[in-house]
Each structure stands twice: as structure tokens, then as C-alpha cells.
Write a protein that binds this ligand. Structure first.
Ligand SMILES: Nc1ncnc2c1ncn2[C@@H]1O[C@H](COP(=O)(O)OP(=O)(O)OP(=O)(O)O)[C@@H](O)[C@H]1O
Length: 369
């Protein structure tokens, strides 16, 4: 896996991509409701959000496949979409890659990759195809047809086709979702390495928070056509600004409470909250992974009854009822840390992992399952 931040672009160009107050809909109200966002040159920015939050619409607007009814789109400070501007897709220096790879079945791998290079003289075109295929490790595949390739190989051909014209911006819509889950991690790491080499500014649409955290320099989290938070994967995970953001990245244990003079009561006792938090009702979220369990009583440990436990390999999930209350909490701990058959454990939670949100229109993300 490539952990390097960003090497200097080897051969391609790179550009800043900026959205300014973009609004767009398809007839019955807006689905993108005033989004301002920018991707720095060479940055990998993930647009993340639930289905229908407007991610693909923003990507299509950046590509020039959709013209928004309000706002501007800038590439390196130059307006390519605006109230009186619309630069067609082929003149934006943008590469596109979709979830189904969209390879032409009747064309060889080499012809698929050459598709966006028609304006180059033949010799340069062949050189660019060779270079792009080498970059994705498919030099020996020039004359094969898409149906002769595995899903992972097809994805690499699509990637080669997208990077061959050396776009300064690359837009990818769910580029890994067509892949078998065993392949995904490997293909993702390889793709990221190729993207870093090209130096292109990359915007990836995904609904998978794990994927976004694995590939993004920054994540832009969308909900109902609004940008709810932008930041590094670490910042979004550890400092979510809303219950929605907290619950989008993981399951949470949720409690209602009240802040009074900088303290809040949770089922595990009274805790201090951030100095800026005003008195009033709050929602408290604690991630199952932030709960520690021990078999032995500790000074601050809250006793709880084990209702259920599920072994998941490296982790084990516990469902617990806090003694003397009706509060049920879920904990995710290293498998084997609590002996089999143990019916009573002690819960510990560090103050800094307790997420407290003022009760202003706080709705969590609800998973289908
Ligand atoms: N061509 C279209 N015509 C009408 N409605 C559309 C069209 N494209 C998208 N929509 C609607 O706009 C909303 C936002 O769609 P969009 O595809 O941008 O969301 P998304 O976040 O990418 O969702 P998903 O992850 O499901 O693709 C959805 O309610 C969708 O049904």
C-alpha cells in the first residue's frame, strides 16, 4: 500500500477545482442546495454521503455533463460554468471514470485506452497508450477484449483510459463499487498509487465511509444537497460536528442528556464537556469502539450485564445493560479480552471520546439494515 502523501507530479498537470454556491435540480426542487467547495491541486477529495445526497450531480456538473441553474465552477480560477459561461466537457481537461467502467466491448484494450487521444498523431497516441497501460501494470493486455478480463483488470483499463490524456482533474463516480469485496482493497491501493503518480486533482464519489477514509486527503460530507462538514478523514471521524456526521462514520450508542455548568450526566456518571458548550439539552454519542470492558471491578468502572456477544474474528461485539438502569449499550472490543461465559463486566469510557451535540435539528444517519 502507498502511504506517501503526494509526490510531485511526474508528467501530468494539476489544477484547483472550485464550486461556488452551486444549486441544481431536475424539475421538482433542488437536489444540490448551495454547495461551495474546492479541491486543491493534486488533492484527492471524496464526496461522501448517503444515496440521493447530490454527490453524482456535483460530479456531473464538474464534468460539464450537467449545467447548474445557479453558481459557478472554476478550474484554476477560470470560470468554466457560470451564469453566462459553459465550457463543453471535452475542453475542460477533465478525465472521467464511472462505476461500470464503461469500456467499449467491441474494442481492444489498446483502442479503449486510445479513445480519448484521437487528436494526437498516431505515434504519440501509441506511446501514450503504452505508457498508460504500463502505469496500471497491463502492458501485455493491449490486444485483449474487455470480456477476456477480470473485474479488477477492467477497472485498471478504465483507469488507464482516464489518465492517458493526462487530465489535470480526474472525476471518479463510485470507481470501486463494481468490484468483488476481496479485490477492492488491493485495487484501491493500486489506483491511489497511480493517481499520486499522475499528480491530477481527483474527486471521487462514494457512499462508503471506510472507502473515503482509505483514499481521501479530504472528505466533503453531503446530506440532502448540503455540505455538512469538510475535513481530513481523521478530523471527520474524531471531531464530527453533527450527530449525522458521527453516525455516518460508525454505529453509535446514543443518549439524551442535559448540560449544566459544563457537565453532563451519562449512564456512566457525570462528565465534563467542552468549555464552549452552553447549558441545555444535548444528544450524546459514544462509539462502540470507544468503550473499554474489564472483568475486574475498577474504581470508575460501571457494572453491566452481558445480554449478548458476537464473535467477529479480530473484534467481538457485546450488548450490555448498565446495572440499575434500562440503558443498553453496544461495545466493540478485541476478541478474547473477556473470558467466555462472563456475565458481568465493568465499563470504562474516556471523557475525550464522548461526543456531545446541542439539540438543534440533530438527526442521526439511519442505516437500512
Ligand atoms: N437525471 C435525473 N433526473 C431526475 N432526477 C435525478 C436525475 N439524476 C439524479 N436525480 C435525483 O437527484 C437526487 C440526487 O441524485 P444524485 O445521483 O446526485 O445523488 P447521489 O448522492 O449521487 O446518490 P447515489 O449514491 O444513489 O448515486 C436523487 O433524488 C435523484 O433521484
Amino acid at each position: 500500500m502507498n502511504f506517501a502523501r503526494r509526490p510531485v507530479a511526474e508528467s501530468g498537470q494539476t489544477a484547483r477545482l472550485g464550486f461556488e454556491d452551486i444549486r441544481h435540480g431536475y424539475g421538482q426542487g433542488d437536489v444540490v442546495k448551495g454547495v461551495s467547495l474546492s479541491a486543491a491541486p493534486g488533492e484527492v477529495l471524496c464526496l461522501l454521503g448517503p444515496s440521493g445526497s447530490g454527490k453524482s450531480t456535483l460530479l456531473r456538473i464538474a464534468a460539464g455533463l450537467e449545467q447548474p441553474h445557479h453558481g459557478r465552477l472554476l478550474i484554476d480560477g477560470v470560470e468554466v460554468t457560470g451564469p453566462s459561461t459553459f465550457l463543453p466537457p471535452e475542453r475542460r481537461g477533465i478525465g472521467l471514470m464511472f462505476q461500470d467502467f464503461a469500456l467499449f466491448p467491441h474494442m481492444t484494450v489498446a483502442d479503449n485506452v486510445a479513445f480519448g487521444l484521437q487528436r494526437l498523431p498516431r505515434a504519440s497516441r501509441q506511446a501514450a497508450v503504452g505508457e498508460a497501460l504500463a502505469r496500471v501494470g497491463l502492458s501485455g493486455y493491449r490486444d485483449k477484449y474487455p470480456h477476456m478480463l477480470s473485474g479488477g483488470e477492467q477497472q485498471r483499463v478504465a483507469l488507464a483510459r482516464a489518465v492517458a490524456p493526462r487530465p489535470s482533474v480526474l472525476l471518479m463516480d463510485e470507481p470501486f463499487s463494481g468490484l468483488d469485496s476481496r479485490l477492492k482493497d488491493q485495487v484501491r491501493a493500486e489506483t491511489l498509487a497511480v493517481l499520486r503518480e499522475t499528480g491530477a486533482t481527483v474527486m471521487i464519489v462514494t457512499h462508503d465511509p471506510g472507502e473515503a477514509m482509505g483514499v481521501a486527503d479530504r472528505i466533503a460530507l453531503l446530506k440532502d444537497g448540503h455540505l455538512v462538514q469538510t475535513g481530513t478523514p481523521r478530523a471527520l471521524f474524531s471531531r464530527p460536528e453533527s450527530l449525522f456526521a458521527a453516525s455516518f462514520f460508525s454505529e453509535i450508542n446514543r443518549f439524551e442528556g442535559k448540560v449544566e455548568a459544563g457537565r453532563v450526566e451519562i449512564p456512566f456518571g457525570s462528565r465534563s464537556v467542552a468549555a464552549a458548550m452552553p447549558d441545555g439539552p444535548v444528544t450524546i454519542a459514544i462509539r462502540p469502539g470507544d468503550i473499554r470492558l474489564s472483568q475486574e471491578a475498577t474504581l470508575s468502572g460501571q457494572p453491566a450485564e452481558v445480554l449478548e456477544r458476537r464473535f467477529l474474528g479480530t473484534q467481538e461485539l457485546f450488548r450490555l445493560r448498565i446495572e440499575g438502569t434500562s440503558h443498553v449499550v453496544d461495545a466493540s472490543i478485541s476478541a478474547g479480552a473477556i473470558g467466555e461465559g462472563v456475565g458481568r463486566v465493568f465499563i470504562e469510557v474516556d471523557d475525550q471520546t464522548i461526543l456531545v451535540f446541542e439539540n438543534r435539528e440533530q438527526t442521526p444517519y439511519t442505516r437500512d439494515t
